[in-house]
Design a protein. Structure first.
Length: 508
């Protein structure tokens, strides 16, 4: 692969002081976003009890953050390339902290939905800026691989810290405390970042095209909303209209980028097989994993009866595996090959998901923990190397936009995965046959069944819960099997799409 850097940049990077301290600031932002993405699921039952939202409002509380962040990632990544990545990161971090307070003290469902949407706007500034700054801080390819590995390992650690910290807080404080943990992290990030982060931007950025921003936002939100609604409620007129509007907006966005002299996103990046292959691998991997990630916490708490803190600890092996493999991924990709490491990692995840199709209500933890460890190891190798490929495939001036494409693939993959695989679990679950007296709301979700059981005679409640849990686990088996098929197919595709792809070495 042809490098976009001059050899002199390597010397500059090696002698530049403070780059590792600056990296520590960047990973704080990653940690924050990863923790915030996981704590809401644990807090949802408490929010429901306190704010009493309708079913539709509860869905919006859970989904609006991902809708907004998916719609704005590309625009915010491109804005950082133009006004400065340090400036947008620190501004976004400050806003993220302030809006977290609004989330914590929301008193109505409508205010909570607004607060989550605003948090999505702030969150969209953070992830692309962190990767873009890594691209500009670390010009030496091997150092950059290690930095990307640390970045990915921190994101993985955050997905483990979130449930553990959230579970602890929910057992001792009110639900708003899970949002206030953002504040001390944000304070350190901003105060240290002001002094340690270098500013970087595209020297010839062109205008920030607001029409492209609107098309991107409408397109992503329309498509993601339509997929989620169709999976949950079937294809309706409004859902179809939202999907068509989103598709039309995305078509308009792509067409506009191809005709503008200085586009918001250079679509020619996708002509590079390594870049396109890495983005597609990320999207499909997250899609295949989403069913497990979304329903695992429910399985641990509502099927196996673990407390929130204990459920968080039970998910720890996946994060540990991802942290360890992420730190080793760059070295492994240079010793063997990019496609061997990515395809091997994806195949390992696929096989681990296949093993999870044997889960039962009484499955012992060693089998589950071992499978989660393999999932983490495989995902850590794959995600770290694909992030490195995406960053090194583009000129550093376009690092923000390229990073945003990578993050958008994650968000879109998660939305599609939860919608498609989640619909498998939900569809199977709703058909369970309960005893006489089973209330209709028990068929909506396993959580609703557990809540309904408190109002039934003990014998009837136990029969209903046994039937509901058995049906939920069966749905989880099918979703895990479908995820395994997606991951194994993605491993094969990555083997061909990443053929000949190499990570840069020093001096190239």
């Amino acid at each position: 692969m042809t490098s976009t850097l001059r050899p002199a940049a390597t010397t500059e990077a090696v002698t530049r002081p403070g780059r590792w301290l600056a990296l520590s600031v960047l990973v704080l932002a990653v940690l924050l976003v990863a923790v915030d993405a996981t704590v809401l699921g644990l807090a949802t039952p408490y929010i429901s009890e306190d704010l009493n939202p309708s079913g539709t409002q509860l869905l919006w509380i859970g989904d609006v953050y991902s809708f907004v962040i998916a719609g704005l990632l590309v625009s915010m990544g491109s804005l950082g390339d133009r006004i400065g990545r340090k400036r947008i990161l620190l501004g976004g971090a400050t806003a993220f902290g302030a809006i977290s307070v609004l989330n914590a003290y929301a008193t109505t469902p409508e205010l909570m939905i607004l607060a989550r949407a605003l948090l999505g706007v702030a969150g969209a500034t953070l992830m692309p800026a962190t990767l873009a700054l890594i691209r500009n801080l670390f010009h030496d390819p091997r150092e950059r691989s290690l930095a990307v590995g640390i970045w990915g390992a921190t994101a993985s650690a955050g997905t483990a810290v979130g449930p553990i910290a959230g579970g602890f807080l929910l057992e001792h404080f009110w639900w708003g405390s899970v949002f206030l943990i953002n504040l001390p992290v944000m304070a350190v990030l901003v105060l240290v970042g002001i002094r340690t982060l270098p500013e970087s931007r595209n020297p010839n950025p062109g205008p920030w095209d607001l029409i492209s921003v609107v098309l991107s936002l409408v397109g992503m939100i329309g498509v993601v909303y339509a997929v989620k609604e169709a999976a949950t409620h079937g294809v309706t007129g409004p859902t179809l209209a939202a999907g068509l509007l989103g598709a039309a907006a995305l078509y308009g966005f792509v067409h506009r980028q191809l005709t503008m002299p200085t586009p918001l996103l250079d679509m020619r990046l996708f002509r590079r097989r390594g870049f396109s292959g890495a983005v597609l691998a990320d999207l499909l991997t997250v899609l295949g994993l989403s069913g497990l990630v979304f329903f695992l916490s429910q399985y641990l708490q509502l099927v196996q009866g673990r407390r929130p803190f204990e459920a968080g600890l039970a998910e720890l092996p996946a994060a540990v595996g991802a942290v360890v493999s992420g730190l080793m991924a760059g070295r492994a990709a240079r010793r063997f090959s990019v496609r061997a490491v990515v395809s091997g990692g994806l195949a390992a995840v696929g096989l681990a998901l296949a093993v999870l199709t044997t889960l039962g209500a009484s499955t012992g933890y060693p089998a589950l923990g071992a499978a989660l460890l393999v999932v983490g190891i495989g995902a850590g190798f794959s995600f770290t190397v694909t992030a490195d490929v995406i960053l090194s495939s583009v000129p550093k001036e376009q690092a923000g936009a390229a990073s945003a494409v990578s993050e958008t693939a994650y968000e879109l993959g998660a939305a599609l995965g939860i919608a498609l695989l989640g619909s498998i679990v939900t569809g199977v679950y709703r058909d369970f046959t309960g005893p006489a007296g089973t209330p209709p709301q028990a068929h909506e979700s396993l959580g609703a069944a557990v809540e309904a059981s408190t109002h039934l005679p003990p014998h009837t409640a136990q029969q209903m819960l046994d039937a509901a849990r058995e049906s939920f686990v069966h749905g989880l088996h099918l979703a895990s099997g479908a995820g395994a098929a997606v991951l194994l197919a993605t491993a094969v595709a990555a083997w061909f799409l990443l053929r000949g792809q190499k990570l840069e070495s020093a001096g190239e």
